[in-house]
Design a protein around this ligand. Structure first.
Ligand code: GDP
Ligand code: IMO
Ligand code: MG
Length: 434
């Protein structure tokens, strides 16, 4: 019985999906605990591509139980679409392999409207959200006016909640010059989806507790990345949930002290989608272009180009500390093949002062100068390599230095999008650290 949490330690898209898919081979239960369909997790198995937004990546494997916890914000229509797409790819999703927390808050059409309206009006201060209504849905949760999954089974409570929620949203909509929403419109939408989504509804915290007692291995799948965390990320250019490993507990109802291993996933370089600071970004730069094209750095959810830059060891070290990471998985090493020289950021010069971390008070990111170490690249390809000894010696030097700088041992190294192309050094399920 081992419980493992997988989190991204950069700005998302680190390759969490690939790692979760691989690890789910050893897990009995796979749990999403925060975020929503702003996430895009890609899994490639024998060239067949699966893109998951809401469903835990374990859904691909037969005989596993997938769970969507209460910390997620759930768009039931997006869920239905995702399930339909997976069905066409031969993956069966039913109430026997998917459960959803009865207390999960729902994303409704007016959340998406508000997300898009705000972004459109924000001009140069826009966040660059995915437009999926994530922020407004979380606002309603803490504002105590969210519609939760279990409300669908109680029409009287649903009306009362909706009334409270619409009172708030219609005031905002009027301010934005948009038409007000009638209660009946939303009730009709909910009625149409209710039977489909309610069949998955259950007190997930009880299921997890029972599974734990039975000796199950539970795998928690983080979405986004630590630098998008609403408290510790590059605020306000963040998402609206806590993306750290600690959320796995509150976002599912599974006691935190039962977590055995936190795996932090990082790319061998850095990417970011949307607005916000990115000290090591390679803008209009040959290497930046190499990373973007060779790494196919296009957002899974919105199709936007991902901004690319050098590996930032200061930020990853910060993330490892905040998450309590026990081991890191480094992905996309193959994308660095054939680069003559590599740089690793080890700190910043801000207004003439050296910093080993990114202070949260920084407002003008123009004034941050990364401090770099330089490494020789390698000519040989690392693509598809699955044994550490076969990696080029310069790649080993680069990886070992990252390990040293971030203060965390490497658990695995990924060398292609394919499921099996992984170098294994330490197995989170065998090596629970307690
Ligand atoms: P996630 O959001 O953290 O799950 O990551 P995404 O799926 O959004 O983005 C990672 C992308 O990199 C996906 O297209 C993966 O198929 C791909 N990928 C993962 N690991 C590797 C790797 O080692 N090498 C290469 N070339 N691609 C990889
Ligand atoms: P995965 O799980 C990368 C970014 C958006 C935007 C900011 C806020 O695939 O790693 P939101 O719609 O959440 O309010 O947008 O967060 N963002 C992601 N970036 N990967 C993700 O998920 C992301 N989810 C949100 O681009 O900058
Ligand atoms: Mg992604």
């Amino acid at each position: 019985m081992t419980n493992v949490v997988v989190v991204g330690c950069q700005w998302g898209d680190e390759g969490k999906g690939k790692l979760v898919d691989y690890l789910s081979g050893k897990a009995d239960v796979i749990v999403r605990f925060q975020g929503g369909n702003n996430a895009g997790h890609t899994i490639v198995i024998d060239e067949k591509v699966f893109k998951l937004s809401l469903l835990p990546s374990g859904i691909i494997r037969e005989g596993k139980l997938s769970i969507i916890g209460n910390g997620v914000v759930l768009d039931p229509w997006a869920l239905r679409e995702e399930i339909e797409t997976l069905t066409k790819l031969g993956v069966n999703v039913t109430e026997y392999n998917l459960l959803i927390a009865e207390n999960v808050p729902l994303i409704l059409s007016f959340h998406k409207d508000l997300d898009l309206l705000r972004e459109a009006r924000a001009g140069s201060t826009k966040i660059g959200t995915t437009g999926r209504g994530i922020g407004p849905a979380y606002e309603d949760k803490v504002g105590r006016r969210a519609i939760r999954l279990s409300d669908l089974e109680n029409p009287k409570a649903l009306r009362a909640r909706l009334e409270r929620s619409l009172e708030h949203h219609n005031i905002l909509r009027k301010g934005y010059g948009k038409s007000v929403i009638e209660e009946g419109e939303i009730l009709n939408q909910l009625e149409e989806i209710s039977t489909f989504v309610s069949k998955f509804s259950t007190p997930v915290w009880r299921v997890l507790n029972n599974k734990n007692k039975e000796g199950a291995n539970i795998l928690f799948e983080g979405a986004q990345g630590s630098l998008l965390d609403v408290d510790f990320g590059t605020y306000p250019f963040v998402t609206s949930s806590n993306t750290m490993a600690a959320s796995s507990s509150l976002g599912s109802g599974f006691a935190a002290q039962k977590i055995d291993f936190v795996l932090g996933v990082v790319k061998a370089y850095t990417t970011r989608v949307g607005e916000g600071p990115f000290p090591t970004e390679l803008k209009n730069d040959k290497v930046g272009f190499h990373l973007e094209t060779v790494g196919h750095e296009k957002g899974t959810v919105t199709g936007r180009n991902r901004r690319c830059g050098w590996f930032d060891a200061s930020l990853v070290k910060q993330s490892c500390i905040l998450n309590g990471v026990n081991g890191i998985a480094i992905t996309k090493l193959d994308v660095l093949d054939s680069l003559k020289e590599l740089k690793i950021c080890v700190g910043y010069e801000i207004n003439g002062e050296l910093h080993g971390y990114l202070p949260s008070s920084i407002h003008s990111f123009e004034e941050i100068k990364p401090v770099y170490e330089f490494y020789e690249g390698w000519d040989d390809t690392t693509e598809g390599i699955s044994s550490f000894e076969k990696l080029p010696s310069n790649a080993i030097t680069y990886l070992r230095r990252i390990e040293e700088l971030v203060g965390c041992p490497i658990s695995s190294i990924s060398t292609s999008p394919e499921r099996e192309d992984l170098v294994h050094l330490r197995d989170p399920f065998e090596e629970s650290i307690k």
